[in-house]
Design a protein around this ligand. Structure first.
Ligand SMILES: NC(=O)c1ccc[n+]([C@@H]2O[C@H](COP(=O)([O-])OP(=O)(O)OC[C@H]3O[C@@H](n4cnc5c(N)ncnc54)[C@H](O)[C@@H]3O)[C@@H](O)[C@H]2O)c1
Ligand SMILES: O=P(O)(O)OC[C@H](O)CO
Length: 335
């Protein structure tokens, strides 16, 4: 029988463990805090991240990475992107030799500008064919109510993607396979940056025209970066591209969009950070995305102003003015 371990008892790690278990894949959750692990194991609930959600009995929890990893076919990683490298270095000695490593994370590493699958290969010393990523319009607030959704399971190895698809496919959670790991990861990481921009616009009281413009031109930025990195352009019209961009930019459940909205309303960075309880990946990843774009000579004006607002003290009004006063050009310029 296929078994999985999920590292990270936050909202997505716990929800994906629930999905795997419900799809017939017994799953162990690794958490760093004993009280969370105990609540999951004894009360079948993660009161901090998913209060009131009953977890299946085939979800166990432990704080011991070696115990968590025993017999696992899938090692799923769901910690904040910027903590992956350090954590995985400690967990790597326990990874079963044939296990597939799965990233649920939607971030780009600071300093190296690496995608999560690249960090995994480097730190765990596994070939890219033994890595898979899961990404798509997957807002946890809806999934815990078992509302219908779909996702993309990507791996360079078709057979690996198909096995993971089988391990997590449910009547209400439809998983599609893809071999474009680069495109699927970029779609997930960069949409968070665009959701920050859309949130800022919404917080400023601006309307649907500019929000749609930011989403559309944001997708153009994602596609330009993807083209420079060798992604398949069709991926960005799919669930991990446009699908996730639309869900994240329009949903009040999105942490990234909400973060931007608070800034747009006039909250300071300190106030906004204090009001954000969970991981809003775009806040740290916007700089790494911009670094990556610059390395590849790709123009990403929306990402630039997001970095300006989030990290360099630019006001939302200055950001709006900068974007609107750019040189007029054909729509497909630089695509
Ligand atoms: N929540 C969603 O709707 C959703 C959906 C799809 C993808 N994602 C992605 O999944 C990843 C995880 O997000 P999440 O929503 O579960 O975040 P979260 O904030 O809900 O949980 C993060 C988890 O990581 C743990 N953690 C924090 N710092 C750590 C550290 N230094 N070492 C080890 N563990 C640490 C926290 O205790 C928590 O258990 C992110 O990349 C996010 O973009 C989230
Ligand atoms: O809450 P967010 O902004 O991290 O978005 C969650 C998921 O990535 C949506 O697919």
């Amino acid at each position: 029988m296929t078994k999985a371990v999920v590292f990270g008892t936050g909202s997505w790690g716990t929800t994906f463990a629930m999905i795997l278990a419900e799809a017939g894949t017994p799953t162990t959750l690794w958490g760093r805090r004993a009280e969370v692990v105990e609540a999951i194991d004894r009360r079948r609930e993660n009161p901090e991240y998913l209060p009131g959600v009953r977890l299946p009995s085939s979800v166990r929890a432990t704080t011991d990475p070696a115990e968590a990893m025993e017999g696992a076919d899938f090692v799923v990683l769901a910690v904040p992107s910027q903590t992956l490298r350090g954590n995985l270095a400690a967990w790597s000695p326990h990874i079963p030799s044939q296990a597939v490593l799965v990233s649920l994370m939607k971030g780009i590493e600071r300093r190296t500008s690496k995608r999560m699958s690249e960090v995994i290969c480097e730190v765990a010393g596994v070939p890219a064919e033994r890595v898979a990523v899961v990404s798509g319009p997957n807002l946890v607030g809806e999934l815990i109510r078992r509302e219908p959704a779909a996702t993309v399971v990507a791996s360079l190895d078709d057979e690996v993607a198909a096995r993971l698809q089988e391990a997590c496919h449910l009547p209400w959670f439809r998983a599609y396979t893809n071999t474009d790991v680069v495109g699927v990861e970029l779609g997930g990481a960069v949409k968070n940056v665009i959701a920050l921009a859309v949130g800022v616009a919404a917080g400023m009281g601006l309307g649907d025209n500019i929000r749609a413009t930011l989403m559309t031109r944001g997708l153009a930025e994602i596609a330009r970066l993807g083209a420079a990195l060798g992604a398949d352009p069709h991926t960005f019209a799919g669930l991990a591209g446009m699908g996730d961009l639309v869900a994240t930019c329009t949903s009040p459940l999105s942490r990234n969009r909400t973060f931007g909205e608070n800034l747009g309303r006039g909250m300071t960075m300190e106030e906004t950070i204090a009001a954000t309880r969970q991981t809003a990946e775009g806040v740290k990843s916007c700089e790494s995305v911009l670094d990556l774009a610059r390395k590849h000579d790709v123009e990403m004006p929306i990402t630039e102003v997001v970095v300006g607002v989030v990290h360099d003290g630019m006001t939302p009004s200055e950001a709006a003015m900068l974007l609107m006063s750019r040189t007029p050009k054909p729509e497909r310029y630089g695509m």
